[in-house]
Design a protein around this ligand. Structure first.
Ligand SMILES: CC(=O)SCCNC(=O)CCNC(=O)[C@H](O)C(C)(C)COP(=O)(O)OP(=O)(O)OC[C@H]1O[C@@H](n2cnc3c(N)ncnc32)[C@H](O)[C@@H]1OP(=O)(O)O
Ligand SMILES: N[C@@H](CCO)C(=O)O
Length: 391
């Protein structure tokens, strides 16, 4: 995993808000870019818009070829004509989160008002942000498209946190919410995993205190290790066993060589090779400072914090219809977190349904082919749309 030169922010469709954004930390961002993609047509009544919130390292390229990786959109299976989130019926908006590295304002963006001719990135000077800040940036983009009320907000993992934050912050601006594989607060275990990832980045000699671009490098080894560790949490023991078991990738070339019997280094097991591949691929598409900024935003997420720990109070009087989805083998955002959320919604007398999908694919099951999950998404959105008389 060699260091590579820092990637450019790239040229992504975006809206610029010159009035910036007041952040929860008290800092005013002087200017705000929100990078986004849309799919389908906004109806004449402007009542068919769905915001899809991406997960931690996702982006706005939900249903089209990714411009950097050349891979299909991360939810191409789910979003499109005739698909569970049907673009023949709904108008889809997906935005790169504030703090990300795919065109929305984030640590990789240029600092405003930097000296003439001097390229200065935010880097570690980028202010700490919250999930609510991300959602408030998205709100600005939605309003700028002339949309006063969303049909729904949908998302998995950190995307699900944004869904919940939308419902709490703008309950009258949305009809339905679908938080998937998520939780109303980040658990101690998840904060702990995030911290290991951050420490891996800090330990990389190419980190340079977060100013790596000045040295034309990125902390590739640290970022890759962070991703390798995190990627394990996105799967399950069953999935890893099914994919790789204890399969060995390479036999030692010279069985007589003293190092052969040790076989300490190199891609010995298939699962190691897989994780190294995932780590390397990640480094080519993600920024280390965004990794830090976004993991911290997740860590701070706690919907009950403003309500003396009483989660139902966060949803008091909500008019939003919720469908909460979990996956049976997800140990990062386990079903118990979803049940806790559902109980709080019930206590708030909210309109809520709950589905646990049986699968051995772990947390990232929401990104994979799960027919029951697809049926759940389609059923909920169509049901609410039919009930609301949406064309
Ligand atoms: C949610 C959002 O908003 S977007 C962000 C989501 N995207 C990501 O997280 C991207 C990285 N994550 C992944 O690829 C996840 O594993 C998933 C869940 C998205 C995809 O899962 P799957 O389809 O089961 O793919 P899998 O995890 O098996 O990985 C396949 C890749 O590993 C490679 N691979 C598989 N086995 C090995 C091995 N033994 N050694 C090396 N590479 C291997 C494959 O060649 C394939 O490479 P490719 O992606 O370049 O085609
Ligand atoms: N694997 C997905 C989900 C993690 O929560 C991502 O990287 O965004």
């Amino acid at each position: 995993m060699n260091s590579t030169a820092p990637l450019d922010v790239g040229d992504h469709q975006h809206a610029t808000f010159p009035d910036g954004l007041d952040l929860e930390c008290g800092v005013h961002l002087p200017s705000l870019d929100v990078a986004y993609r849309t799919y389908g047509q906004l109806s004449p009544k402007r009542d068919n818009a769905i915001v899809i919130c991406h997960a931690f390292t996702g982006d706005q390229y939900v249903a089209e070829t990714h411009p950097q990786t050349g891979k299909p959109g991360w939810w191409a299976r789910m979003v499109g004509p005739g698909r569970p989130i049907d673009t023949n019926r709904f108008f889809i908006i997906c935005m790169n989160v504030l703090g990300g590295c795919m065109g929305s304002t984030g640590p990789r963006s240029l600092k405003p008002a930097c000296a003439e001719g001097k390229v200065e990135r935010w880097g570690t000077d980028f202010p700490p942000i919250t999930i609510r800040d991300m959602v408030r940036a998205q709100y600005k983009l939605v309003r700028s498209l002339g949309i006063e009320r969303l049909f729904a907000v949908v998302g998995g993992s950190m995307g699900g946190m944004q869904v919940l934050e939308w419902a709490v912050t703008y309950p009258h601006m949305m009809l339905a919410a679908m938080p998937i594989a998520t939780a109303p607060f980040h658990s101690a275990q998840n904060i702990a995993f995030n911290e290991v990832g951050r420490q891996a980045i800090f330990a990389d000699p190419d980190w340079y205190g977060g100013r790596y671009w000045e040295h034309n490098v990125v902390p590739a080894r640290g970022l890759a290790v962070a991703r390798m560790m995190a990627h394990i949490t996105y799967l399950s023991e069953e999935a890893l066993t099914r994919k790789f078991g204890r399969r060995v990738r390479q036999e030692p070339k010279d069985a007589q060589a003293p190092e052969a019997s040790l076989a300490m280094f190199g891609d010995v097991f298939e699962v190691e090779s897989y994780l190294r591949y995932q780590g390397s691929a990640f480094v080519r598409r993600f920024d280390a400072n965004s990794y830090l900024t976004i993991t911290r935003a997740m860590d701070w997420f706690d919907l009950a914090a403003e309500h003396d720990g009483e989660l139902p109070a966060a949803f008091a009087g909500t008019p939003v219809r919720f469908c909460v989805v979990s996956f049976s083998s997800d140990w990062l955002f386990p079903t118990s977190s979803s049940r806790y959320l559902v109980r709080a919604l019930n206590q708030a007398a909210a309109n809520v349904s709950f589905v646990e999908i049986e699968t051995d694919k772990g947390h990232d099951a929401f990104l994979l082919d799960e027919p029951d999950f697809d049926r759940t998404v389609r059923g909920f959105l169509c049901g609410v749309a039919d009930h609301a008389g949406l064309a």
